[in-house]
Design a protein around this ligand. Structure first.
Ligand SMILES: Cc1ncc(COP(=O)(O)O)c(C=O)c1O
Length: 472
């Protein structure tokens, strides 16, 4: 393949790449220059199948002209309107459309710019709600081990991923965590939702955490219906319902962080719909604009909004919180266009009907070397590998690199590969995802130590990095 990519490779020195090993990445940059449908175009013009819908955020596939047109038009109509003390009509239209899409009752919408901001906004609303209702001592927040709620201080405090917390000091006080529901010893290779243990695990929230803290001091419990970032952890049957009952019993607000599970990922609009549990507050982002303009939203039950309106002093700002770019016009235009696509193409139903096919394809990897567990729900799969002592994550990273070399983008986290394709994925592309993964897993395992050395992958990108001409 002829290429003059040395001309195309940008200066890599200035950009500090987020959540990335920069030194490693800059020695073998993996850059996409275009995307359309379910594929990226890599720098060497290879088509790379998007096995992850970007970062879980492109459910309707790439390059959607409806969204591009709406955003472009909006930019030339109203590029910006001050978000505080004034607004613009599209913000209200977008909020109505998001409210329509939400589970019943969650119809008051606060806009943010990301999942992280949505998580922190939800936590702040929960704290402020109890205060405005005359219960300022209800100010503790409960998260879950291995939970991911973004990277801001509230999110990392209730989050349960040690690597995301330990570098950043003490975070918020008054926070505790319930146990995560992953139980590989009993549930390895479960297809879909594990059937056992859900109620007992949820009861631990009451028996351990509430007993320890006094339920009257707890403002909110925040959980992802399905834990995505920490490696696709599917909750057991009955677990979320029981958590919800406990919250209701003790006046604790239940927050679902649906940044990943929202917008069709589980084959329903939200995880709340899938598990038939309506939280008090629901956060989302990512798929809300099909990933093209940063936007998040926090939906709250009408009673929560009404409490702020009824109990705040007359003339007061009821919630002193917001962002310069809350409901920026182009984000609203993108969100409305995205919701139109969901309505027309019924992407949630498409995901639901493809889910059994994905399940069979995913579980065909059982028995391959190093594969310790396979988990799936909706259009999500997690494949967990045995960890190698002293080299945690090295096997999954090598599999990720090999997949990329073979024209498939997957996501790795620790020793887990996560698959979450656009909801527009076709069956033959699902086949390709899992045959490529199978080849990659076998390849890396067969190489032994050599297979774990990242420098043995992606020769093309490495030669760009060295500014050498690519060989044909
Ligand atoms: C459940 C959950 N919450 C919050 C976030 C953070 O979103 P963002 O990266 O848009 O801040 C993510 C991102 O993956 C997520 O999965």
């Amino acid at each position: 393949m002829k290429n003059t990519s040395t001309d195309l490779l940008p200066d890599l020195s200035h950009y500090w790449v987020p959540f990335t090993a920069n030194r490693q990445f800059k020695s073998m940059p993996r850059l996409f220059k275009a995307a359309r449908g379910n594929y990226y175009t890599a720098m060497d013009d290879r088509q790379v199948l998007d096995g992850t819908a970007g970062l879980w955020c492109v459910p309707a596939g790439h390059g959607r002209e409806e969204i591009a047109t709406a955003v472009g038009k909006q930019l030339l109509t109203l590029d910006y309107a001050p978000a505080f003390q004034s607004s613009h009509p599209l913000a209200f239209e977008a909020a109505s459309r998001v409210a329509d899409y939400m589970p019943k009752g969650l119809d008051r919408i606060f806009f943010t710019n990301s999942g992280s901001e949505s998580a922190d906004t939800a936590l702040k609303i929960a704290l402020a709600y109890h205060r405005v209702c005359g219960n300022p001592l209800r100010n503790k927040l409960i998260g879950r081990e291995r939970g991911y709620h973004g990277v801001n201080f509230g999110g990392i405090s209730v989050g349960g991923i040690a690597g995301n917390r330990k570098a950043f000091g003490n975070a918020l006080s008054g926070v505790d965590h319930i146990r995560h529901p992953l139980d590989i010893a009993n549930n390895a290779f479960t297809k879909g939702v594990p059937q056992d243990g859900g109620i007992a695990l949820a009861n631990e929230f009451e028996l351990r955490i509430l007993a320890l803290h006094d339920p009257a001091t707890i403002a909110a419990l925040i959980v992802e219906p399905m834990q995505g970032s920490a490696g696709v952890i599917v909750p057991p049957a009955g677990y979320l319902k029981r958590l919800s009952e406990i919250c209701t019993q003790y006046g604790i607000l239940l927050i679902f962080d649906e940044v990943i599970t929202g917008f069709g990922r589980l084959g329903t609009k939200f995880g709340a719909d899938y598990f038939d549990v309506i939280p008090d507050i629901l956060t989302c982002a990512k798929g809300l604009t099909n990933g093209v303009v940063p936007m998040g939203a926090v939906a709250v039950k009408r009673e929560i909004y009404d409490a702020f309106m009824e109990k705040s002093p007359t003339g007061a700002i009821e919630l002193p919180h917001g962002y310069t770019y809350s409901a920026i016009p182009i984000a609203c235009a993108a969100a409305i266009a995205t919701l139109d696509i969901f309505k027309q193409e019924k992407l949630e139903d498409r995901a639901a009907s493809l889910s059994p096919y994905l399940e069979v394809a995913a579980h065909s990897l059982k028995g391959l070397p190093m594969v310790k567990d396979i988990r799936n729900i909706g259009l999500v799969v997690g494949i967990e590998f045995e960890s190698i002592a002293g080299k945690v994550g090295a096997f999954a990273f090598a599999v990720y690199l090999k997949c990329y070399e073979l024209g498939l983008h997957v996501r790795y986290t620790g020793d887990i590969i996560a698959i979450s394709p656009p909801l527009t994925i076709e069956k033959h592309e699902i086949d390709r995802i899992f045959s490529t993964l199978s080849d990659a897993i076998k390849y890396v395992a067969n190489q032994g130590e050599t297979g774990l050395n990242a420098n043995n992958y992606l020769k093309i990108e490495q030669s760009w990095a060295a500014h050498q001409p690519i060989q044909s």
